[in-house]
Design a binder for this molecule. Sequence first.
Ligand code: ADE
Length: 239
Amino acid sequence: MRIDVVSLFPDFIAQCAAFGVTGRAVERGLLWLHGWNPRDYAEGNYRKVDDRPFGGGPGMVMLIDPLRNALQAARQADPAPSRTIYLSPQGRPLTQSRVRELAGEQRLVLLCGRYEGIDERLVAAEVDEEISIGDYVLSGGELAAAVLVDAVTRLQEGALNDAESAQQDSFGDGLLDCPHYTRPVEHELGAVPEVLLSGNHAHIAAWRRMQSLGRTSQRRPDLLDEQALSKADRKLLEQ
Ligand code: ADE
């Protein structure tokens, strides 16, 4: 998968992606990440990328042309069709199911804003989709882009060492993940639940499912799709 990022701080995203799963995916040739700085496409001695908002108010708004030229350069760098995503708090909330869909794209172009935002005409003309990573305001789209890069990369075939771990994670099946334990069995902070030491795989699977269901119903009842719950799940939830 190829991801181009248009940002005033392209190195920031490259650094974020240099570690762990994303770093390994780059090494394995599963992720190709390239940054494009709109300042490199701005005109004049000052390479101005922003200006004051019409109508007044605080802050600055990013200019159309440096962003448009950077986007054009990014798209032309590879003939494969790309989807352009603008990271902004006004976007649709990012979910694991949207991540799964985006992970299947050959190419993404991510657009990161700074300051008060981007001239809306550029968004209307050049952006396919606006995505938010949560109901809070960041200082720019870069952290959100790094989140999206991480989430789609770990779903690329061969990115994770244990092929199952993506499926078992939270939201792999629409539920929060169960708790995990490792050595030692006994610790001053508590003991590992006995069922996990039993070697009985059916009991362990049932326990994990119950934990996932319980956590989801307590912490994120909005995620519980009653229709999708099996009879066995309903029984577990009633316990
Ligand atoms: N840029 C600033 N805040 C953001 C958010 N919550 N999600 C995506 N991009 C952003």
